[in-house]
Design a protein around this ligand. Structure first.
Ligand SMILES: Cc1cc2nc3c(=O)[nH]c(=O)nc-3n(C[C@H](O)[C@H](O)[C@H](O)COP(=O)(O)OP(=O)(O)OC[C@H]3O[C@@H](n4cnc5c(N)ncnc54)[C@H](O)[C@@H]3O)c2cc1C
Length: 518
């Protein structure tokens, strides 16, 4: 007889950066979660090299940002330079990030993943992590998903769960098992990625440099903890086998005057860049996140970060479905919210890559002439970053430039009624929140609207102007004078904020739940 009870509420397949973030979120919500991870330890190759302020905000929601920052170094600058020494572009991370964190930080991915995994240990009552278990298939019906896996000792196991999160990377067996195509293209050019440990530093090592050259561009990346990376493309007439030895790798490094006195080679690997999207990111009770759902070139440093944003998006939706009885139609908003954003960051990544791969002749002359001029224009550097805004999804109207809906709210400091200065998110936590801008939101939201939103159990907060005093726990003071002007520019008096800090609805669009669900 088939099972009628559930072994877990959610099974996460894969414990890479996106799976581990999902496990942290679900654990923090007290959701009974199973993680199946094929490998015994963190993948040793450092792939992602950077995280920005919005990704740190996700880690902050889990109380992991400060621990993660211990292994990070703030990016000094990114520069794009020709081998002849001509610098045509430089980007220094702005220190005015609205997200409450520095907007560009260098990471060493294996260390970051270890910190995130240690975070999951806090939730051992709710989250079971099984290492050495390879997902092997699933079947689903209207009420459940049965997940199959094989342990590394060869035992077949089966679990009945309510939802599955496929976070098993670019070659996702979950995606494959569902017959979902991974559409797009893979670039023909193969890159060798060389990771090293520095023994003796050299001038300007701390600058992340894109060395532009039509034949052999190089990305030269300082990583925290004395690690250093080079990413180098192979020529059209070169094969992996030509470089698949330490001696051959030294020849490549030697051509850039890097010597064995300066670094020890830790490892090297070959990659081809992909631009691919899973055809659909939800199939019944299964969602795909991270590299399982999308793959992009590394130039904008956004692959892992996009997966982390997927995790933040899916986790709160599962929470309200599983704990508050919200319809699982809510999961239909995941792909319309996340995919357009992933497409934008992929396009920016491709554009940044094109800058170093520019063909010789007129394109290079144009780039070297134009960029130093254009890059001085106000707003150019900010324009290099894709905003976190969403184009559609669980929102009261279609997001646009003119409305706050669909935008991520900034994170300034606020003061609570104890007089303590706190970051906004430490006060909001991961709940829904209805904020009144200089007004008690209950006086603006109708009783019917409040009754409808009660399904999401929001908190109600009044934001008071700088110079005021909060006299109760449902008041905060905008000490940095950021929130009130931010909402004022969109004419907002009351807004519903989602757990991922996006504005879902406002009084000047609609505060009706029905409008958010349309
Ligand atoms: C050279 C390079 C540079 C990059 N630079 C950046 C950067 O600067 N910034 C950035 O944000 N991103 C960067 N990326 C991308 C980033 O590394 C990936 O996007 C990120 O690791 C994806 O995370 P994930 O959790 O989705 O998948 P993965 O990291 O691939 O994790 C998947 C996990 O699933 C497990 N798994 C796989 N199959 C199974 C199975 N059948 N059963 C159970 N478990 C399974 C794997 O063992 C693994 O632990 C870079 C990538 C490369 C290659």
């Amino acid at each position: 007889m088939s099972k009628t009870t559930y072994d877990y509420d959610v099974a996460i397949i894969g414990f890479g950066p996106t799976g581990v973030m999902t496990a942290n979120y679900l654990g923090s919500f007290g959701i009974k979660t199973l993680v199946l991870e094929r490998d015994k330890d963190v993948y040793f190759r450092a792939r992602a090299v950077t995280v920005d302020g919005t990704t740190l905000r996700c880690m902050q929601a889990l109380g992991l940002d400060e621990e993660a920052k211990k292994d990070m170094e703030v990016t000094t600058a990114l520069r794009w330079k020709t081998y002849k020494g001509f610098e045509f572009l430089r980007w220094s991370p702005a220190d005015d990030s609205p997200w409450g964190h520095v907007d560009s930080n260098m990471i060493f991915q294996p260390n970051l993943e270890r910190t995130l995994r240690a975070g999951v240990d806090r939730y051992s009552k709710h989250v079971d992590v099984k290492f050495g278990y390879a997902f092997s298939g699933l079947t689903q019906d209207t009420d459940s998903v049965t997940v199959k896996a094989v342990s590394d000792s060869g035992a077949d196991v089966e679990y009945r769960v309510k939802y599955v999160v496929g976070a098993d990377g670019g070659s996702s067996a979950v995606r494959g098992g569902l017959g979902i195509a991974n559409e797009g293209k893979t670039k023909a050019r193969t890159w060798i990625v060389i990771d090293s440990k520095v023994k003796k530093s050299w001038p300007e090592r701390e600058l992340l440099t894109f060395w532009s050259d039509p034949v052999r561009p190089v990305v030269d990346i300082p990583l925290p903890g004395g690690h250093h990376r080079w990413e180098i493309p192979l020529g059209a007439d070169e094969k992996k086998e030509d470089f698949d030895s330490t001696e051959a790798v030294w020849k490549l490094l030697g051509a850039m005057d890097v010597t064995p006195d300066q670094v020890d080679i830790e490892h090297f690997a070959f990659y081809n860049h992909h631009i691919r999207y899973a055809q659909r990111w939800r199939d019944g009770r299964v969602v795909l996140i991270g590299d399982a759902a999308h793959l992009m070139p590394p130039w904008a440093g956004q692959g892992m970060q996009s997966g982390i944003r997927d995790a933040a998006n899916v986790a709160w939706k599962l929470r309200y479905i599983l704990q508050n009885g919200v319809s699982d139609r809510l999961l239909d908003s995941y792909q319309p919210e996340r995919q357009p954003h992933v497409i934008k960051v992929t396009a920016s990544s491709v554009a940044l890559g094109n800058l170093i791969e520019t063909k010789a002749g007129l394109p290079t002359i144009m780039r070297n002439f134009m960029l130093p001029i254009v890059s001085k224009a106000p707003g150019f550097k900010k324009g290099l970053k894709v905003k976190p805004d969403y184009d559609g999804g669980f929102f009261s109207v279609a997001p646009s430039k003119k409305v706050a809906v669909g935008k991520m709210v900034p994170q300034p400091r606020v003061t609570d009624n104890t007089g303590s200065d706190r970051t906004l998110d430490s006060l909001l936590g991961t709940d829904f929140c209805v904020v009144g801008i200089g007004v008690d939101p209950h006086t603006i939201m109708t009783d019917a609207q409040q009754a409808a939103w009660a399904l999401y159990a929001p908190r109600y907060l009044t934001v008071l102007a700088k110079g005021s005093t909060a006299t109760s726990a449902d008041q905060i003071v905008d000490v940095d004078n950021v929130l009130i002007p931010w909402f004022a520019q969109y004419g907002v008096k009351t807004a519903v904020l989602r757990p991922d800090k996006y504005v879902a609805a406002t009084n000047n669009t609609s505060l009706d739940m029905a409008r958010v669900w349309k």
